[in-house]
Ligand binder design. Structure first.
Ligand code: DQA
Length: 147
């Protein structure tokens, strides 16, 4: 059994009531439950942290070092400018999956830059709440391959 850390950035605590046409009506708890169920199915454990503060997410990445096998990160708006989160993730040894509910590439220009993508193994975006299961699936396959 491996530990997967799921990190959620600013404003994701408001999912369910925040711009439902873009982000859907599921709450963050619903999405974490889906991710956890997928992790359990693969025999892994999932820990989740949401924060509206970049430093708390940086601290969580530091704690994950040497402890967790993989990180799934929906950095929310920090995706587009959070260089300290980028630098923290660059120190993590295992797979990093960048995750977005919406498809930032199909939205405003400023969302088309991800400062996390260069330190991610890969990105899952645009599949709504399914992305939480797909991200865990990707991690489980990478870990099974010995990543
Ligand atoms: C998001 C996309 C980001 O551009 C945005 O700032 C978010 C959510 C997504 O999951 O689609 O807060 O990461």
């Amino acid at each position: 059994m491996s530990l997967i850390v799921l990190l959620s950035g600013p404003n994701l605590n408001l999912l369910g009531e925040r711009q439902p046409l873009i982000y859907g009506t599921a709450t963050l708890d619903d999405l974490v439950d889906r991710a956890r169920a997928a992790a359990t199915k693969h025999g892994h454990e999932l820990e989740h942290l949401q924060s509206n503060h970049e430093g708390e997410l940086v601290d969580a990445v530091h704690r994950a070092r040497g402890l967790a096998a993989a990180i799934i990160v929906n950095g929310a708006a920090l995706t587009h400018y959070g260089w300290s989160l980028h630098d923290a993730l660059a120190t993590f040894e295992g797979p990093v999956v960048e995750l977005h509910i919406s498809n930032p590439e199909a939205r405003e220009e400023w969302r088309r830059t991800s400062v996390l993508a260069p330190v991610a193994t890969g990105t899952i975006q645009g599949f709504g709440g399914h992305g939480y299961e797909l991200a865990v699936e990707a991690v489980a396959r990478l870990l099974a391959d010995g990543a």
